[in-house]
Design a protein around this ligand. Structure first.
Ligand code: SF4
Ligand code: F3S
Ligand code: ZN
Length: 103
């Protein structure tokens, strides 16, 4: 599962589409955590898609991650500022790849 304390345990190593990426990043095998308020651990995501389908405000967009061992697309929190803290994505992700910090 995603580390709920990733902000203490990781460093921001790059920006992607307006949000932080928390390392380590070593492409294509190691992609880090994308986003901060809505954080997706790309190294855990298996592209199940429940978060993309269920988010009521369309926070997530698919991004291509060719040659990543878990999946070749990931749910990117491209619109994390739109999040309404419903926690649905956290509940539906089968591999607990998402952390949302309300408030
Ligand atoms: Fe979307 Fe709700 Fe998840 Fe926020 S907590 S990203 S609104 S599903
Ligand atoms: Fe990935 Fe979980 Fe969404 S596996 S696509 S973060 S439901
Ligand atoms: Zn991203």
């Amino acid at each position: 599962a995603i580390d709920p304390n990733f902000e203490q345990n990781r460093d921001v190593v790059e920006q992607h589409d307006g949000h932080d990426v928390w390392g380590p990043v070593d492409e294509p095998e190691e992609l880090g955590i994308h986003g901060t308020h809505v954080a997706v651990d790309f190294d855990i995501c298996i592209a199940d898609g429940a978060c993309v389908e269920d988010c009521p405000v369309d926070v997530f967009e698919w991004v291509d991650t060719p040659d990543h061992p878990e999946s070749e697309i990931k749910a990117d929190p491209a619109n994390e500022s739109q999040c309404i803290d419903c926690m649905l994505c956290v509940d539906v992700c089968p591999v607990d790849a998402i952390d949302v910090d309300p408030g």
